[in-house]
Ligand binder design. Sequence first.
Ligand SMILES: [Zn+2]
Ligand SMILES: [Zn+2]
Length: 272
Amino acid sequence: MCIEGITQAQRSGVPHAVCYAVLGSGSSGNAYAFETQGHLFLVDAGFKAKVIIERLQMLGFSLFKPTTIFCTHTHQDHLLGVGELASHLDALVVGAPILLENLLDKFPQLRSWSIALDANYSLSEGGFSTFATSHDAPESLSYLLELEGIRFMVLTDTGVILPPMYRMAYYSHVLFLEANYNEELLQAGRYPPFLKRRISGRKGHLSNEQAVQFLQKIAHSPHLKQLFLCHLSKDNNRVELVRDEVAQAHAGRWQSHVCAHAQASAVYRGLA
Ligand SMILES: [Zn+2]
Ligand SMILES: [Zn+2]
């Protein structure tokens, strides 16, 4: 498969390509966009709907296609804009039962698709699998999406790596991996002890060191082509640290991008 960074003018004219970008990641909000010829898919919509629409437009994504929003868990940095955005775009919202129950209380008209853990589902563009994350939110999960033959895995908001994650990441072409905090910055920082324990605990977030260890285990993957390091803490991490500690650890094996806190990435196009 081939991957390239593209400009808006280069978007059209290539059949069966998937255009994708990180709209933003970190504790201020998380959203990922994937566009095929006939469909727009989002994973999470944790900014205000207005901000997500602005970023989609800025990056050249179409707001006039059927849209599906995959939701990972109930924290506001992932869920904040889902209801309003889905209402505005008449999108289908995919998520675990508790998340959808909460959302439908506030937005009863939403179209929803309740999914199970460790399950595989078909889409006309491919399909998706769900897997559990170890996080302090009920029924917290994430996704491996296969769109037009390209496999995208979103792996953030988990305190530990669970065995199925290795296999899924190994088979992914594009991996969005959490590098939330640098251990020294977290321990020396201003957060109260309970919050430090929460972040670094089994149901918290992945550190730079955990991200490196995970990548070591999947470094021999013949599939993985591109890595986005995501969900960086605003206070306990820095882009340069993630570049030095994580991205450099496997430089040359795959394209690496470090996503600055809450900022959108460039747009990429993948062709299977
Ligand atoms: Zn979370
Ligand atoms: Zn989060």
